[in-house]
Design a protein around this ligand. Structure first.
Ligand code: AMP
Length: 254
């Protein structure tokens, strides 16, 4: 069974992004970019399935600018077998990515697709769900445990206030939670091998997909600056602040 993993190139999570002066977007021009952390977890899970003999091939896919090649090489260095880059300079929105992945799934016929639960740049958490809908395949989101048995996949999913266990027929789409696994670091031999692994490039037009954005960003703004706190000298003073005029606990305590 082939496992297809979607990996997105995002601003590194250590970078503090700034809004462009015209408020049109955030400035990522010189920011350090990395593999979306949830997608590293997805690659790790797919590689573990292959190492356990439950998957035959791990195909990683990234959609976007030419530099997505680095993202794919990083995934190949972790152990993925093959990569496809869907090249476009258009700023892709989740529905466009889902359509591209849908077209690739029809071409590649994976038994399982693993996406991150969200990309840390747009925080949309939409692509995996939209892909499953386009394919008409079952989906399990926020996966914290994945077990493949007898043509089905059992998935423990994080939900509000706990977890639920779903059993899906294959093919299926999963999205990864942080608790699923601890992604490995790419080894030096892994990085060397990655340079020789196949990496194909296709365009949205070759896949027959129109990636024109359907949504327009009206304005991007910094979050409001937090008011500075006050230092109090005693618990009595703290309670007086909280319960006094305008205090957060005013009226809440007897
Ligand atoms: P989002 O819906 O944008 O939060 O993204 C959820 C997941 O979809 C990511 O963790 C990736 O697995 C996948 N994804 C989103 N955008 C891309 C992209 N441009 N290329 C490859 N995978 C993507």
């Amino acid at each position: 069974m082939k496992v297809l993993v979607a990996v997105k190139r995002v601003v590194d999570h250590h970078v503090k992004v700034r809004v462009l002066v015209d408020g049109s977007d955030v400035d990522v021009a010189s920011a350090k970019m990395s593999v979306n952390p949830f997608d590293e977890i997805a690659v790790e899970e797919a590689v573990r399935l292959r190492e356990a003999g439950l998957a035959s091939e791990v195909l990683v896919v990234s959609c976007g600018v030419a530099a997505c090649q680095d993202t794919l090489r990083a995934a190949l260095a972790m152990g993925a077998d093959r990569a496809v880059r869907v090249e476009t300079d258009v700023a892709l929105q989740p529905l466009a990515v889902a359509r591209l992945l849908h077209a690739l799934c029809l071409r590649e016929q994976p038994g399982l697709v693993i996406c991150g639960k969200q990309a840390i740049d747009d925080d949309a958490a939409q692509t995996g769900q939209m892909l499953a809908a386009l394919l008409g395949w079952p989906q399990a989101t926020n996966a914290s445990r994945v077990t493949l048995t007898g043509g089905r996949v059992e998935v423990e999913c994080g939900i509000d206030g706990g977890t639920e266990v779903l059993s899906l027929s294959l093919p299926a789409v999963l999205t990864t939670d942080l608790r699923l696994n601890e992604p490995r670091y790419a080894s030096l031999p892994g990085m060397m091998k990655a340079k020789k692994k196949p990496l194909d490039t296709v365009t949205p037009a070759q896949l027959g997909v129109d990636v024109t954005p359907g949504l327009r960003t009206v304005r991007v703004a910094e979050p409001p600056v937090r008011e500075p706190g006050v230092r109090v000298a005693s618990v009595e003073q703290l309670l007086a602040c909280l319960c006094g005029e305008g205090g957060a606990l005013r009226g809440a305590l007897p």
